[in-house]
Structure formats: structure tokens, C-alpha cells
Design a protein around this ligand. Structure first.
Ligand code: HEC
Ligand code: HEC
Ligand code: HEC
Ligand code: HEC
Ligand code: HEC
Ligand code: HEC
Ligand code: HEC
Ligand code: HEC
Ligand code: HEC
Ligand code: HEC
Length: 394
């Protein structure tokens, strides 16, 4: 998956050759068709940048309606705009635990497959990509880059993510000359993720490198799509977090349809209440150091401390529960009494039962298998604070 430097150099050489050919072809076409200005994009963009109107670009899309750029500026999410920010390409990037690189300092990332390309400005992109320009106009990033990029100029709105576009504009059909974010794109996935991470490194993404998702070749854009507004928040690639995860983890999502489940299908919870999809130090991508800490963020009453602790509870909630859904009551992994008898098999009372005559209609009905089984008597199964609760009866 990783491209070696030699590969990249070969590609670059190849690309330059292709470019040259394309360039002369384009020049010829331009002369014939009288479209000489095709070759003047870079300077045209610079001109736009100066006068800020770009009236020549009929297709250029401006945020419509009554929203002005200063409105958008006010609506930007809380971010450390400007403080200690990188001003130019290549300057300091977001630090490991700091906030994202602010919108008004959007640097233009480098594209290793087009090392000589220069920025040409958003208006030039939109001239050819009217549809994408329109779709993205109200997206968090593009709207904010436009409004916020006081110093680098509103032209960074596209190239802050896609890299400098001059080579691509000259030769749009050659793959790789623009940073693209799909799996069939020429841009390697690690260049894609590195570009997003140049502003979003650290924080929740501290353990992205080496995480199972990174190792399995996922790109940020398997879960995020900053080009449109598909989700209310999080710039997701689908309406909700749970749907994003379900595109690949259908089996897990289906477990939440079982009889007993936490209210995730009801929309009150999501996969990221327990998991950090960007990577974590706890298998499997758990947000906290242990399973119990994860559960206890919501079920604090199960943490104790108890006068009489039930050892398996303190050890791991998953000794008895499944997290994603169960056909037993209360998310239990097995029905009572079998659940208990996995461990309590050494002594007679918890152990011997379950012959047919013990059952409800049998000769000697046994309360250990009736109603709530063992829980009829051992009702405080997670631990007891009652001085008489050593056996969890109260
Ligand atoms: C001269 C017109 C033109 C300009 C200017 C232009 N593009 Fe493109 N772009 C195209 C065409 C045509 C394609 C489709 C190429 C194909 O499908 O083979 C394309 C494809 C793309 C892709 C998808 C590439 C892939 O490998 O999937 C991205 C991303 C993109 N352009 C972004 C931009 C950005 C950002 C800019 C401004 C820096 C820009 N384009 C400027 C014409 C242009
Ligand atoms: C925050 C980063 C970001 C910004 C800013 C951004 N894009 Fe994109 N762009 C992406 C991502 C990610 C994708 C891939 C989306 C997907 O999953 O299909 C993409 C896809 C595209 C494509 C290819 C669409 C296709 O169907 O393959 C084009 C063209 C494009 N962007 C143009 C633009 C233009 C024009 C702008 C400026 C108005 C812009 N982008 C701004 C991140 C960005
Ligand atoms: C030039 C810097 C920059 C680049 C490049 C960039 N972003 Fe952002 N992004 C920001 C800023 C600033 C915010 C605002 C939130 C903040 O302050 O952290 C943001 C917000 C987000 C959010 C959170 C939105 C929310 O509703 O909370 C997501 C998700 C995101 N970006 C994903 C991406 C992805 C995926 C890419 C790559 C395709 C990308 N970003 C590229 C600067 C950037
Ligand atoms: C497996 C899916 C997945 C992948 C891959 C992924 N994300 Fe996310 N990301 C999410 C989800 C889900 C959220 C939570 C959104 C919310 O809470 O609203 C999120 C939140 C975010 C946020 C905003 C909240 C925060 O933590 O600051 C940013 C920024 C972000 N992701 C950037 C990235 C970047 C950059 C990459 C690539 C290195 C990436 N993500 C890869 C699923 C993913
Ligand atoms: C594009 C596909 C894709 C998406 C979307 C996706 N995942 Fe994954 N996920 C994977 C793959 C592939 C693995 C590795 C599975 C394996 O090795 O068996 C994985 C593994 C995991 C694991 C197990 C980690 C481990 O160490 O065993 C968890 C937990 C997980 N994903 C959670 C999520 C969550 C939460 C989301 C949504 C925010 C999500 N995934 C979205 C593809 C995806
Ligand atoms: C209440 C917390 C919680 C929620 C919500 C949750 N998970 Fe999990 N998940 C866990 C725990 C705990 C484990 C470890 C299970 C184990 O070790 O047997 C796990 C394991 C996993 C695994 C890897 C092991 C396996 O069973 O294949 C994947 C993949 C996964 N979860 C995906 C998801 C997805 C996708 C969602 C959302 C639909 C989700 N989880 C929601 C807590 C949760
Ligand atoms: C984000 C909060 C949250 C986290 C984290 C969480 N839960 Fe829950 N859990 C809930 C909610 C909400 C309910 C439903 C409560 C209700 O309906 O009264 C619930 C219900 C339950 C139930 C009862 C299910 C039923 O069928 O009535 C069990 C058992 C449970 N959780 C176990 C766990 C375990 C084990 C973990 C850790 C793997 C965990 N929970 C993590 C929020 C959470
Ligand atoms: C020894 C097995 C066992 C372990 C370990 C265990 N539980 Fe339970 N849990 C049960 C049983 C049995 C029930 C059903 C209780 C009932 O019907 O009164 C239950 C019910 C629940 C319920 C729903 C009813 C209620 O009491 O609120 C929640 C929530 C819950 N457990 C959370 C947890 C958490 C969190 C942990 C880890 C700290 C955990 N459990 C560990 C056996 C266990
Ligand atoms: C994962 C193994 C495991 C499971 C499942 C389990 N227990 Fe336990 N239980 C233990 C251990 C270990 C102890 C501590 C034994 C000791 O201190 O001698 C214990 C202690 C007890 C005690 C107190 C015993 C004493 O001598 O003080 C009772 C009562 C009990 N469990 C009932 C249950 C019931 C009822 C269930 C089913 C709902 C259950 N247990 C499920 C492992 C388990
Ligand atoms: C009718 C009430 C009742 C039911 C039902 C019941 N127990 Fe008990 N259990 C007790 C009492 C009372 C004690 C305390 C005995 C003592 O102190 O000598 C006890 C003690 C225990 C102990 C401590 C060790 C021992 O043998 O003294 C374990 C473990 C235990 N029960 C497990 C279970 C399991 C597992 C089940 C379900 C299969 C179960 N109990 C069903 C009443 C019950």
C-alpha cells in the first residue's frame, strides 16, 4: 500500500512527461479555439485574489441568500482562530493537543504526486466544478475557509484540502495531480489522511496511527464527507454516526435489534459512546482504559464500592453481559441459572438442579429455576451494602 520514494519519483517523472505533452496539446487547442486564457489560470487566480470579485467566472458560486461572510464568521464553531497559527504553507501545523489549525490560517498542503504545482484559487476550481462548488458552499470547511481566511485569502477554500491545483487544471484527466479522497483515487490513503491530520492531529486522533482502522487502510473519508452536509454535526459521510459505522459493521448494528439492547436504535446512544473510531489504547477501540470504566460512565451505581463485592462484577461487566444486544433479559450473555452455573458449580445448592421434576410443573418445583431463578434470592447481584448482604440477598 505504501508507495516507495522511487515509485513516487518515477510517477513524478512520468507525470511531468505527460504534463508536457498535455501542455503542448492544450496550447495548440487553446490557440485553435481562441481560449488562450486557459493557460492563464494561475495569474487569473492571483488577480481574483487581489480584486476579490472574479466577475469573469460566471459559474463561480457565492453563498446565496442573505448570509454575508461576516454572518458566517460569527457562526463559526468555537475555535482558536488565529492564535499562534501557521500563516503560510509549510509553517507550524496543529500541535498534538492543541485545537485544529484555525480556518484563517489554512495552509496549502503539498501533493507528493504534483510537487511543482501552485495554488490557483477556489474560483478557478469552481469554474470547472460548479456542482461541487455549489454543494460545498455551505459546508463547514468551505464556508469557513472562505469567511475566515483573512490572511491566506478566500482562495484557499478548496486547496486547503485538495492541494495546489495548477497542474491538475492544465491536465484534469491525469489522476494524482490533485489530492483526491476516494479509494480508487491515485492519491495514496496515507497522503489523504495526512492532509486532514495536518489540521486535526492529536486530541481524539492521538492513536490514529497504528489503530485497527488505520492499519486496515481506512481513510478519514470512509466516515467523513466534508464536501456536503449529510449530518447535523461531525461532517459525517452519512446521516448519523450509527449509520456510518453500520456501512461496514452491519453485524454489530444488527445485534442492537435483539430483544434486550441499550437505546441505540432509538437514537439515544451511538457507537462512539463506547468506542473511539480514531484509535485508542484499549482493545477494541474503547474510549476508556477498561470495559468497566466505559460502562460506569453511564451506570455509575454499579461501580460501588460495596461492602460485599461480587468478584466478577468488579473484574469485567462482560463476564455476564454483552454490550451490543442479547436475546436474554438485561443483556445477559446466558439465561439464569446457566449464567451463574458457569462459575458456581463446586457446591451443591447452586449446582444440582435442572432435572425435569425440578421445573415449574414437576414433582418438586425448585425455586432456583422458577421466576427469576437464582435472582429470586440473590437479588443484589452487582454487590451489596447491607450488613446482611454477604450472599447478595439484600
Ligand atoms: C480545467 C477544468 C478544471 C479545473 C480548473 C479544475 N478541475 Fe478538477 N477536475 C476536472 C475534470 C475534468 C475532472 C475529472 C477527471 C476525470 O474524471 O478523469 C476533475 C477531477 C477532480 C477531482 C477528482 C480527482 C480524482 O482523482 O478522483 C478533484 C478532487 C478535483 N478535480 C478538484 C479540483 C480542485 C480542488 C480544483 C482547483 C484547485 C480543480 N479541480 C480545478 C477539471 C478541472
Ligand atoms: C475539508 C476538506 C475539503 C475542502 C475544503 C474541499 N474538499 Fe473537495 N473533497 C474533499 C473530500 C474528502 C472529497 C471526497 C468526498 C467523497 O467521499 O466522495 C472531496 C471530493 C471532491 C471532488 C470529487 C468529487 C467526486 O465525485 O469524486 C471534487 C471535484 C472536489 N472535491 C472539489 C472541491 C472544490 C471545488 C472545493 C472548493 C469549493 C473543495 N472540493 C473543497 C475534501 C474537501
Ligand atoms: C486547514 C485546516 C483544516 C483541514 C485541512 C481540514 N480541516 Fe476539518 N476542521 C478544521 C477546523 C478549524 C474545524 C473547526 C472545529 C475545530 O475548531 O476543531 C474543523 C472541523 C472538522 C470536523 C468537526 C466538525 C464538527 O461538526 O465538529 C471534522 C469531522 C473535520 N473537520 C474533518 C476533516 C477531514 C475529514 C478533513 C480532510 C478531508 C479535514 N477536516 C481537513 C480545519 C481543517
Ligand atoms: C471509522 C470511522 C471514522 C474514521 C476512519 C475517522 N473518523 Fe473522525 N469521527 C468519526 C465519528 C463517528 C466522529 C464523531 C462525530 C460526532 O461526535 O458528532 C468523528 C469525529 C471527528 C472530529 C470532530 C470531533 C473531534 O474529535 O474533534 C474530527 C475533527 C475528526 N473526526 C477528524 C477525523 C480525521 C482527520 C480522520 C482521519 C485521520 C478521521 N476523523 C477518521 C468517525 C471516523
Ligand atoms: C469502511 C469500513 C469501516 C467503517 C465505516 C467502520 N469500520 Fe470499524 N472496522 C473496519 C475494519 C476493516 C476493521 C477490522 C476488522 C477485523 O480486523 O476483523 C474494523 C474494526 C473495528 C473494531 C474492532 C477493533 C479491534 O481492535 O478489534 C471496532 C470496535 C470498530 N471497528 C468500530 C467502528 C466504529 C465505532 C465505527 C463507526 C464510527 C466503525 N468501526 C466504522 C472497518 C470499518
Ligand atoms: C455500550 C458500549 C458499546 C456500544 C454502544 C457499542 N459497543 Fe462495540 N463493543 C463494546 C465492548 C465493551 C466491546 C468488547 C466486546 C468483547 O470484548 O467481547 C465491543 C466490541 C466491538 C467490536 C469488536 C468485537 C466484535 O464483537 O466483533 C466491534 C467491531 C464493535 N464493538 C463495533 C461497534 C459498533 C459498530 C457499534 C455501534 C453500532 C458499537 N460497537 C457500539 C462496547 C460498545
Ligand atoms: C452512554 C451511556 C451508556 C453506556 C456507556 C453504557 N450504557 Fe448500558 N444503558 C444505557 C441506557 C440509557 C440504558 C437504558 C436504561 C433504561 O432504559 O432505563 C442502558 C441499559 C443497560 C442494561 C439494561 C438493558 C435492558 O434490557 O434493560 C444493561 C444490562 C446495560 N445497560 C449494561 C451496560 C454495559 C455492560 C455497559 C458497558 C459495556 C454499558 N451498559 C454502557 C446507557 C449506557
Ligand atoms: C455476575 C454477573 C454480572 C456481572 C459481572 C454484571 N452484571 Fe449487570 N446484571 C446481572 C444480572 C443477573 C442482571 C439482572 C438483574 C435483575 O434482573 O435484577 C443484571 C442487570 C444489569 C442492569 C440492568 C438492571 C439494573 O440493575 O440496573 C445493568 C444496567 C447492569 N446489569 C450493568 C452492569 C454493569 C455496568 C456491570 C459491570 C460493572 C455489570 N452489570 C456486571 C449480572 C451481572
Ligand atoms: C464469572 C464467574 C461468575 C459468575 C458468572 C457468577 N459468579 Fe457469583 N461469584 C463468583 C466469584 C469468583 C465469587 C467469589 C467467591 C468467593 O469469594 O469465594 C462469587 C460469589 C458469589 C456469591 C457469594 C458467595 C459467598 O460465599 O459469599 C453468591 C451468592 C454468588 N456469587 C451468586 C451468583 C449468582 C446468583 C450468579 C448468577 C446471576 C453468579 N454468582 C454469577 C464468580 C461468578
Ligand atoms: C430460595 C432462595 C435461593 C435460591 C433460589 C438460590 N439461592 Fe443461593 N443461597 C441461598 C441462601 C439462603 C444461601 C446462604 C446459605 C448459607 O449461608 O449457608 C445461598 C448461598 C449461595 C452461595 C454461597 C455458597 C454456598 O453454597 O453457600 C452461592 C455461590 C449461591 N448461593 C449461588 C446460587 C445460584 C448460582 C443459584 C441459582 C442456581 C442460587 N444460589 C439460588 C438462597 C438461594
Amino acid at each position: 500500500m505504501t508507495t516507495t520514494r522511487r515509485d513516487v519519483q518515477d510517477l513524478q517523472r512520468e507525470r511531468r512527461a505527460v504534463c508536457l505533452k498535455a501542455l503542448s496539446l492544450a496550447a495548440l487547442l487553446a490557440v485553435i479555439a481562441g481560449l488562450g486564457n486557459v493557460l492563464l489560470w494561475p495569474s487569473a487566480a492571483r488577480a481574483q485574489q487581489r480584486d476579490g470579485t472574479g466577475a469573469g467566472q460566471a459559474a463561480a458560486h457565492q453563498p446565496s441568500g442573505r448570509l454575508t461572510e461576516s454572518d458566517i464568521m460569527r457562526m463559526l464553531p468555537a475555535t482558536d482562530m488565529g492564535a499562534g497559527a501557521a500563516l503560510h504553507r509549510g509553517a507550524a501545523l496543529a500541535s498534538d493537543d492543541g485545537p485544529a489549525t484555525p480556518f484563517d490560517a489554512a495552509p496549502i498542503p503539498e501533493n507528493p504526486l504534483a510537487p511543482d504545482a501552485d495554488a490557483i484559487g477556489a474560483k478557478s476550481c469552481v469554474a470547472c466544478h460548479a456542482l461541487e462548488g455549489m454543494q460545498a458552499a455551505h459546508s463547514l470547511h468551505v464556508a469557513s475557509f472562505r469567511a475566515g481566511s483573512v490572511r491566506s485569502g478566500p482562495q484557499a477554500a478548496c486547496e486547503a484540502c485538495h492541494g495546489p491545483g495548477s497542474e491538475h487544471a492544465k491536465n484534469p484527466a491525469a489522476p494524482g495531480l490533485i489530492i483526491a479522497y476516494t479509494h480508487d483515487a491515485k492519491t495514496p490513503v496515507d497522503v489523504q489522511t495526512r492532509t486532514c491530520l495536518s489540521c486535526h492531529v492529536g486530541g481524539a486522533r492521538q492513536h490514529w496511527i497504528g489503530s485497527v482502522h488505520q492499519a486496515r487502510g481506512l481513510s478519514c473519508t470512509d466516515c467523513h464527507n466534508p464536501m456536503t452536509r449529510l449530518s447535523a454535526e461531525g461532517v459525517l459521510a452519512n446521516e448519523s454516526i450509527n449509520q456510518v459505522c453500520a456501512t461496514c459493521h452491519q453485524d454489530i448494528r444488527a445485534q442492537f435489534n435483539r430483544r434486550s439492547h441499550m437505546p441505540l436504535p432509538e437514537g439515544q446512544m451511538s457507537c462512539v459512546d463506547c468506542h473511539n473510531p480514531h484509535g485508542s489504547i484499549t482493545q477494541p477501540l474503547l474510549k476508556t482504559d477498561t470495559v468497566n470504566e466505559t460502562c460506569e460512565t453511564c451506570h455509575a451505581e454499579k461501580r460501588g464500592p460495596f461492602l460485599f463485592e461480587h468478584a466478577p462484577v468488579a473484574e469485567n461487566c462482560l463476564n455476564c453481559h454483552t454490550p451490543h444486544g442479547s436475546n436474554q433479559e438485561n443483556l445477559l450473555a446466558l439465561p439464569v441459572p446457566m449464567l451463574c452455573q458457569q462459575c458456581h458449580t463446586n457446591t451443591d445448592h447452586p449446582n444440582d438442579l435442572l432435572t425435569r421434576q425440578n421445573l415449574r410443573g414437576g414433582l418438586v418445583p425448585d425455586e432456583r429455576v422458577m421466576e427469576r431463578g437464582c435472582l429470586d434470592c440473590h437479588s443484589n447481584i452487582h454487590g451489596s451494602n447491607n450488613p446482611n448482604g454477604a450472599k447478595f440477598h439484600q
